[in-house]
Design a binder for this molecule. Sequence first.
Ligand code: BJW
Ligand code: ZN
Length: 240
Amino acid sequence: MKQDLISDIKGHLKDARRVVCLTGAGVSAESGVPTFRGVGGLWNGHKATELATPEAFERDPKLVWEFYDFRRRNLFDIKPNPAHYALAKFAGESKKEFTLITQNVDGLHALAGSLNVLELHGNIWRVKCLECGTISDNREVPVTILPYCECGGLLRPDIVWFGEALPEGVFASAFQVASQAEVILVVGTSGIVEPAASLARLTKGSGGITVEINPEATPLSSMMDLVVNEKAGEFLPTIM
Ligand code: BJW
Ligand code: ZN
């Protein structure tokens, strides 16, 4: 059964010219990064999803920065896992038009060697000024709390919180490649956060093959052409 799935997916990948992979927190789970909605998605009694809002930052920027400082400290020693490396290798060697779209802000795909990753939800290693809008790299660990811009404005993580628009150019590119993909691999995402989750629907709607890799079923599972209930780091290297 598993062998059949592997050869089915390999066949689809071989035939396709345009391939997209959408990843979520599950792709970094085997590196030791907690997922959002799984065990470990709590910090000091706060749900990660409750701190990742512009309202939480407005109410208590120090608390929200402490949460991101904790996440940065955790990430500091963390390495990409075989899933990140398999995707980077596929992009480099397959001669396909391959686009990696991630919801993750951890930067692990780039660390594994993936280029031009479309980061839908921003990056934890960048900051954005609330006053002048300047976006800059900031790899401080621990981060200064509270950090300020040269202009005097408060800096926030350059991350897309609930209710905020995704970076326009990034989402437009993701929308375009997902609409044109012949195969989309949806890896390690609960598929409940929009508009990211709809990228798989776009591919399906334009006749592409949809493949989900996730140890658990998700709301996207029923529309997928192929579903593999395996861990990304164990399965991706076998198909890529
Ligand atoms: C494994 C594994 C292993 C475990 N291998 N797998 C339509 C309908 C309803 C609501 C909306 C809608 N459109 C928009 C909304 C609102 C909202 C939304 O989607 N809400 C839903 C929750 C209901 N969306 C937004 O607000 C978005 N903005 C927006 O739409 O703006 C519109 C607008 C337009 C113009 C002007 C203004 C506004 C923004 C969404 C931003 C999401 N941000 C976050 C926080 C980032 C901050 C941070 O990192 O601190 O991004 S939320 C959080 O969820 C994070 C993630 O990227 C995202 C997705 O989570 P993900 O990756 O799926 O993780 P988990 O934990 O949920 O799942 C992990 C999975 O891995 C599980 O399935 C496991 O089984 C699996 N797994 N181990 C493979 N080894
Ligand atoms: Zn500024």
